[in-house]
Each structure stands twice: as structure tokens, then as C-alpha cells.
Ligand binder design. Structure first.
Ligand code: SF4
Length: 345
């Protein structure tokens, strides 16, 4: 039996999430090593807000989304949805709780069943929940949802291949919001779309949030999109949450060297900031063999001796602004603070 929490404004709470995938040799082989996909990730999503998770490909942002939805079982950690411990549920209880969360996929081309009409795709979650008494009631619900996402009602009996990418994503959004879920996990919802269409889809998500009071976990590699839509941002690197702050605070006062480097290469954001750009050198290390100490130590321009030795704690640098970096550890000795950037690990 899981414990429940009572925090009215918090619709989703994630505590100390860890996900490791075993790497086996042969079908029946024992685990030779582990992919460290998530390491001690914690955050809260407040009702009606957007919590963005950003980082490069392979940083663990999609794995976080899948663990939240229980599409992937976390190795450890706890997820609370509406105060209820989701990670303690199974069977019918889990199915019921899952109805409160929906996923918008990255790829509107492959996430829609090509043999189903638009009306049937949108009606699918309504049918599963069985929350209507008559066929007319169900069809009226489908039409209201189509109107809400800007889909013409004449498209009802058409098939996904007849639509553009932006329209297909509208169909995916309609399916996700048909039952007005508590939380919508948007996994790179605009990255497969043309830039001109991206803004329209983002505006639609914002309007639906206002009208329906939706709460979003918004997963993206694109900081300019995140700057536009997020209330709170968590920056991830190699499975670790490196920095977490309100969007205003993170974009005006980034503290973690990784966040600073990410922001410096985005023209619209960087122009407002500094001239002396910090360009990230090297590749992201393999998650099967992460660096000792700080995960970012092999690429960090501010790496100190301690960074190769110890995993940094999470420091609350200012209220609501947390950063996982030794630079904010006031207890370090002179020797531990010695600058080592540029040397081999
Ligand atoms: Fe850089 Fe060290 Fe901070 Fe990691 S802990 S980000 S290596 S300064």
C-alpha cells in the first residue's frame, strides 16, 4: 500500500527517480553492466502549469516521461499523481489512475493508426472510459474536442494520411485531451514539424491549458520553444537533473555551466546575454560508462579537482533555484577547487 500526499497545488510529484537498464550478454546472460538512464531525479508539477524538461538527446528526458506514465518501470523512486502514489499501484487501480494522464507523441506521422478515421481516433479514449450513455453523446463529445483543437468537422471520417503534419498533431492533441486529463506529457510535440507550424501548435497547447486547466510535462531539446511555454524548467544531462528553476530565473540567471553553454548557442537567447560564448566541446559520454564524479566533468569548462572525484549534491542556490554543481559548495578546500578543465579524465 503506497502513501498518499496532500499538496493541493501539486498535481504531479516525482521523488528520487532512478532508471537503470541492464546490458546483458546473450539472451539468458547476467547483466554485464547498466545503462544509467536516470539518476535521482525529483520535481513537482503545479496544477495548470508547464514543467519543461530539456537537454540533449539521450539525457533521460523521455525516460523521465515514460517512468511518470509508468510506460517504463522505474528502478526506484516514487511518482505521486494527485496525491496518490502511482508507483505503488497495479492492475485495475493503475489503469484507472492512468486515465488521468495522457501522452502527446513526437511523431504525428507514426502515432496515429492509419486505418482509423479521425473521429474514431479521438473517440478511442472516450470509448475505453465508457463515459457516455448514447452514441449521440459520444459523437457530440468528439465534435466538441475537434472544434477545441481547430479541426474542421468535415474531417471526421477522413484518415490520417490525408492530413499535413500540423493537422495530424492536432488530431494527436485532440485524442490526448478528449477526457480532460490531469496531466499531459508532451514528448517533443513540435520537433517533427516545420518551424512555421510549430508556433501554431504551441499556441494551441497554451490556449487549451488556459481553457481546460491542463498541466503539462513538456519534454524538448529546443530551449527557444521551452522559453516560450514553460513555467518551470529542469535541465538534464546524462540522466541527472543539473539545474531546476522558474523559466524566468533560468533564462535570465543560468547557474550551471551546462545550462550556460546550452543558452549561449541559441541565437535569440544568446544575443540578449553575453558576447563571450561558451561552446560545448566533445561528445556526451556513454550512459553505460558515465564519468566518475560530476557527469558533466568531461566537458565542463570550469571543472575542478573535486569534480572528477565526487558526484555534486543539489544546492538550493536561491529559493526555488537548485543547481547540481560543486561550484556552489562553500565547504570545498583550496585543493578541491583547483581548476583542471582541459586535462584528460
Ligand atoms: Fe563543472 Fe564541476 Fe560543476 Fe560539474 S560540478 S558542472 S564539472 S564545475
Amino acid at each position: 500500500m503506497g502513501k498518499n500526499i496532500d499538496e493541493k497545488d501539486v498535481v504531479l510529484k516525482v521523488e528520487h527517480l532512478v532508471k537503470r537498464y541492464p546490458v546483458k550478454k546473450g539472451v539468458f546472460g547476467r547483466a554485464k553492466s547498466y545503462v544509467h538512464a536516470l539518476e535521482d531525479v525529483s520535481f513537482e508539477l503545479r496544477r495548470g502549469e508547464t514543467f519543461a524538461i530539456v537537454g540533449e538527446s539521450g539525457c533521460g528526458k523521455s525516460t523521465t516521461g515514460k517512468c511518470v506514465l509508468r510506460l517504463t518501470e522505474p528502478t526506484s523512486g516514487t511518482v505521486y499523481l494527485d496525491g496518490e502514489e502511482l508507483t505503488a499501484l497495479s492492475g485495475a487501480e493503475l489503469t484507472r489512475a492512468r486515465q488521468k494522464m495522457k501522452l502527446i507523441f513526437q511523431d504525428p506521422y507514426s502515432s496515429l493508426n492509419p486505418r482509423m478515421t479521425v473521429a474514431d481516433i479521438i473517440a478511442e479514449p472516450i470509448d475505453i472510459a465508457g463515459t457516455y450513455k448514447t452514441r449521440e453523446e459520444r459523437d457530440a463529445r468528439v465534435e466538441r474536442v475537434m472544434e477545441a483543437v481547430g479541426l474542421d468537422l468535415s474531417y471526421k471520417y477522413r484518415y490520417p494520411h490525408e492530413f499535413s503534419g500540423g493537422q495530424r498533431q492536432r488530431i494527436g492533441i485532440a485524442r490526448a485531451i478528449a477526457l480532460v486529463p490531469e496531466v499531459v506529457v508532451c514528448d517533443e510535440p513540435v520537433s517533427a514539424l516545420d518551424v512555421s507550424v510549430q508556433a501554431k501548435v504551441i499556441n494551441l497547447l497554451e490556449r487549451l491549458q488556459d481553457e481546460l486547466g491542463l498541466s503539462y510535462v513538456f519534454i524538448s531539446h529546443d530551449l527557444s520553444v521551452v522559453k516560450h511555454i514553460a513555467d518551470t524548467v529542469m535541465v538534464m544531462y546524462l540522466g541527472h537533473a543539473m539545474e531546476l528553476a522558474s523559466a524566468d530565473e533560468l533564462f535570465s540567471n543560468p547557474l550551471h555551466p551546462y545550462t550556460q553553454a546550452l543558452l549561449d548557442v541559441i541565437p535569440r537567447i544568446a544575443d540578449e546575454r553575453i558576447q563571450d560564448k561558451r561552446i560545448l566541446q566533445g561528445d556526451v559520454p556513454s550512459p553505460t560508462n558515465p564519468p566518475s564524479g560530476c557527469a558533466f566533468s568531461t566537458r565542463c569548462p570550469k571543472c575542478m579537482a573535486v569534480c572528477r572525484e565526487r558526484v555534486p549534491e543539489k544546492f538550493e542556490v536561491e529559493p526555488g533555484h537548485a543547481c547540481r554543481c560543486h561550484l556552489f559548495d562553500e565547504s570545498l578546500s583550496e585543493a578541491e577547487r583547483q581548476f583542471v578543465a582541459g586535462k584528460e579524465a
